[in-house]
Design a binder for this molecule. Sequence first.
Ligand code: AMP
Length: 398
Amino acid sequence: MKVLVINSGSSSIKYQLVDPATAEVAASGVVQRIGEEVEPDVVTVEHSCGDRTFEYRGSIADHAAGLHVVFDLFTAAGQDLAHADLGAVGHRVVHGGEVFYQPTVIDDTVVKAIEDLSALAPLHNPPNVIGIESARALLPDVPQVAVFDTAFFHQLPAAAKTYAIDAEVAAAHGIRKYGFHGTSHDYVSGQAAEFLGRERADLNQIVLHLGNGASASAIRAGRAVDTTMGLTPLEGLVMGTRSGDLDPGIIFHLIRTAGMDVDDVDALLNRHSGIKGISGVNDFRELGQLIETGHPTAKLAFDVYIHRLRRYIGAYLIELGRVDAITFTAGVGENDARVRAEALAGLERYGIRVDADRNAERSRVARRISADDSEIAVLVVPTNEELAIARASAELVG
Ligand code: AMP
């Protein structure tokens, strides 16, 4: 049985056809620039299937049109989805609010509820809903499953999830820490336990998901007890283009004195801040190159990023009391040895000793980068949210 995993963003759809039992990826691809008028020769869909790639050029009017093209490319590649032994379509849904905390089979009521949660995730839930509706229309006989980014953090302790604001206002507007990247934190902490040959229930872990978006989590005996992202995916670590934590007073100040409205501030903090805001680039490969050339603010951006990351590592060491493993994952965490080295430098007295040679090695598999005498195991574990969504979907539909 295979699962088609769909991650539908505002102007893109990423997808993967994967066998949840073997993790084998039969095909994957991305639809980009949805809703944009592009020249007829611009590639907007790239579809890979084994070592073959198929492309579609030209404008993609909307998500439904994008999925139509994807289905045609599956057929062109000899993998007609109608005959692909498709057991489910698994959708990544960013915000499950208080309502959804486990993978859920999608029906009209579920779609409506996900739509209703859009106020909490205006950038994410609406495109998720469009992706779901398009896939349901195109594959009406295949069960569709929603897997929520917030689910792993549903049971955060009250002290961790409660914002210290007027309780009635908070309750009336669903204001609490929800956390995001949950599928990744859950999957990676499971993989880390497997790598260490230990039960997840016996381990306390810190997971550092450092991609373009970034979040950290503290996990006690398999259950998340804290995480850096909050009501929205804006809180916490410094990210590619997002500010992470800041003084909320900055927002009032900008609105009162800089002539910005709410949408301006939203765009500033979500799209023009973080590493990009300070240095002009959001990709760590480019940032590394700029640092080498002595760029005036690239090193500062790196230092601010590391400073925030270390602050949370320290907080979670204290919160958990005993930590067995610290695991790096996602684009930056899996690939940037310097980030890993600096995040954990000088923490020997806390039982953390990174081995420089192990850290410098490049690999695509789970590995240990701590020295043999490091009390806390430091690992790099590639995340695989698609596989986790496929497995959750397959399990649910049986
Ligand atoms: P993700 O959101 O997990 O796909 O991570 C994307 C980010 O990972 C990119 O924006 C880069 O900053 C970073 N990244 C990817 N590859 C590398 C690499 N080889 N070295 C450093 N950073 C990388």
